[in-house]
Every structure is written in C-alpha cells, then in structure tokens.
Ligand binder design. Structure first.
Ligand code: ATP
Ligand code: MG
Length: 235
C-alpha cells in the first residue's frame, strides 16, 4: 500500500504579519481520508499552501512518514509524494491536456500506463489529449485537476474544494475515483470541502476549522455528523 502518514505539529502560519493558522496539530494516518470543513476565510487554503511549502511555517513542523518536510520548497514536497489540487489557477491553460497530465511524472515512459488507469474514470479526456487545457469547460478543468493528481500515484492527495461548481454526476464520478484510488493504492487523502455529503461519503473522519484552529474532530460515518457540521457552518 502506498499511503503515507501526514503529521502537522503546532503549525503557525499566515501572510506577513497576519497569523491565519494558529498552533495547529493534525495527523492524517496512512491510507486515511480526512475532510476539513470550515466557513469562508477560516484558513483552509492557507493550511494546504503551508503544508505544500508555498507559505513558510512561522512555527511548528510537518512530517511525512516521519521525515521532516517543514522547510522543503514546493517541488521537493511534491517529489516526496504529495499531490496538490489547488483552489486557484491550478492548470496550465496554454498547455495541452496531455502536458498537464504529464506534469507530475518523473518520465514520459510512465504516461501510457498511468493514463490507462485513470482513463476509464475520466473518459472525457480520451481522444482529446492534444486539446488545450484552457479550452476545457470549468467542470472538465476540475476533472483534469483530479486526474493529474491521480496520475502521479501520490502517497498523499490534498484537494481544495474540488467539487466547487460541479454538477452532481461529476461530483459522484470524482467520489468514485477517489474511493477507487484508496482501495487500490491505500492513498492518504486530505480534502477541503464545502460539499458536506461528498466530504462524508469520501472521508473516514472530519475536522471543522474555525479561525485557524480545529474546533471539532469526528467520525464521518457517525449518525449526526452532517448535522453537527451544518451547525458549525451555519452562523
Ligand atoms: N495572500 C494573502 N495575503 C493576506 N491575507 C490573505 C492572503 N490569502 C488569504 N488571506 C487571508 O487569510 C484568511 C484565510 O484565507 P483562506 O484562503 O485560507 O480561507 P479559506 O478557508 O480557504 O476560505 P474559502 O472557503 O473562501 O476558500 C482570510 O482572512 C484571507 O483574507
Ligand atoms: Mg479556500
């Protein structure tokens, strides 16, 4: 099995003088799927950017399978096996679908085998590999983002609001793809979501982030999980 443990220990981070993530500790076990929920502006994207090294940690540390990645730059963190589907500007719109999918692979020789594995889940890309990514519809671009993450066959996948703006059938397809990936490879998932049913379907555990701190940590399959999350998100 492929999944790695992600461990954050007392991480503080933010932008220049402003602190967004405060003293946050969190472990996602190898092969575990955790959904992180929270209202707009609570620091969810900031947390993922911090894990990926796009923002420096002001304090604390991040480990993957016990190795310290706290001070590594983003490309090195990707090499450790973390795939990141970001919320903003995630695709290379001037490049083809193929080049976008190829992005995270060490060598071109891996392409055909990896693409064959994801193609049944995302048939929309079949015969369209030469098309510019920028010409895809919004929903197709989101699918490409997930497909690109899966192509890397990462040990950890970080997804930032991947279901935003997608029709229900595409959301279902992505849920199936992620569950399938976990079954096959034991991949660890940390997903940020506003879509509570999707989050609870894919995740084992959920966390609610409020003002940069974890306010609730619960079992995604427990009765009342959705209601409890809605109560946090309501006000
Ligand atoms: N580049 C930046 N410089 C300064 N402050 C920022 C920057 N990016 C985000 N922030 C602030 O950090 C806080 C957390 O933002 P973040 O994007 O992490 O929230 P979020 O939980 O992902 O929200 P959403 O659900 O809307 O995506 C917000 O108050 C935001 O204004
Ligand atoms: Mg965000």
């Amino acid at each position: 099995m492929n999944g790695a443990t992600l461990n954050l220990s007392a991480v503080t981070s933010g932008y220049r003088a402003s602190v967004v993530i405060r003293d946050l500790s969190l472990t996602v076990g190898a092969g575990e799927a955790v959904a992180l929920l929270g209202k707009n502006g609570m620091g969810k994207t900031t947390l993922l950017k911090t894990i990926m090294g796009y923002l420096p940690k002001k304090q604390g540390s991040v480990h993957v399978n016990g190795s310290d990645i706290t001070r590594l730059p983003p490309h090195r963190i990707a090499q450790v096996g973390i795939a990141y589907a970001a919320q903003e500007k995630p695709l290379f719109t001037e490049l083809s679908i193929r080049d976008n999918l190829r992005m995270g692979l060490e060598k071109d020789a891996l392409f055909d085998e990896r693409f064959a594995a994801i193609e049944p889940v995302f048939p929309v890309f079949k015969d369209r590999l030469k098309q510019y990514a920028g010409t895809l519809s919004g929903g197709e671009q989101k699918m490409l983002l997930v497909a690109r993450a899966l192509m890397m066959r990462p040990s950890i996948i970080l997804l930032d609001e991947i279901t935003e703006g997608l029709q229900p059938s595409v959301i279902d397809r992505i849920a199936v793809a992620l569950m399938h990936e976990r079954q096959l490879h034991g991949t660890t998932l940390l997903l940020i979501e506003q879509n509570v049913p999707f989050a609870l379907k894919v995740a084992d555990r959920y966390l609610v982030l409020k003002q940069g701190e974890i306010e609730e940590d619960g079992d995604a399959h427990a009765a009342g999980a959705a209601e409890s999350i809605f109560n946090h998100l309501r006000v």
